[in-house]
Design a protein around this ligand. Structure first.
Ligand SMILES: [Zn+2]
Length: 160
């Protein structure tokens, strides 16, 4: 079975509107009668017949040039962001490993982990843990947990 309406027209319309936006004022409606390109020198819209999409041939050329420049600019920005991420990735991964190691040191796996399931903790263990988790350790741990959260959010799928 074929799609009842071809997909190309809406894409073409979007592209035509995007092209027209590169030469028209932001406030100007694009579906008027003439070419909506704004002409700075005369302070008015072009108004010539719309023969190439929504534009006249001259402004269609200008729009294509601006559109291509904008695409190239976005491409360059995206490549720059990707390069910056690639540069930071090993640094953030190494920091995550440090944070996790310090968290494990501050709060080592306890022999009473079973208590997490049974709900029972021997009073002597609770006492020891209270002493172990001094205020400074607790606040350091809170800072580490926050840094861990922020690092894993930044790293996303690269956290492993
Ligand atoms: Zn025009």
């Amino acid at each position: 079975m074929t799609h009842p309406t071809p997909l190309t027209p809406p894409v073409t319309l979007l592209r035509e509107r995007a092209l027209a936006r590169t030469v028209a004022l932001w406030s100007s409606p694009l579906d008027g009668d003439g070419c909506p390109a704004w002409i700075e020198s005369t302070d008015r819209e072009c108004g010539k017949p719309q023969t190439v999409g929504l534009l006249c041939p001259r402004h269609a050329k200008v729009a294509e040039r601006r559109f291509a420049a904008e695409v190239a600019k976005r491409q360059a920005e995206s490549e720059k962001r990707a390069a910056e991420r690639a540069r930071l990735l090993p640094i953030k991964q190494a920091r995550l490993a440090q944070v996790e190691a310090e968290m494990a040191r501050l709060d080592p796996p306890r022999p009473a982990d079973r208590a997490a399931y049974t709900g029972y903790v021997h009073p002597s263990i609770t006492k020891k843990r209270r002493r172990f988790l001094s205020d400074s350790r607790v606040s350091r741990m809170a800072a580490l947990v926050e840094e861990h959260r922020s690092l894993t959010a930044w790293l996303g799928g690269d956290a492993a």
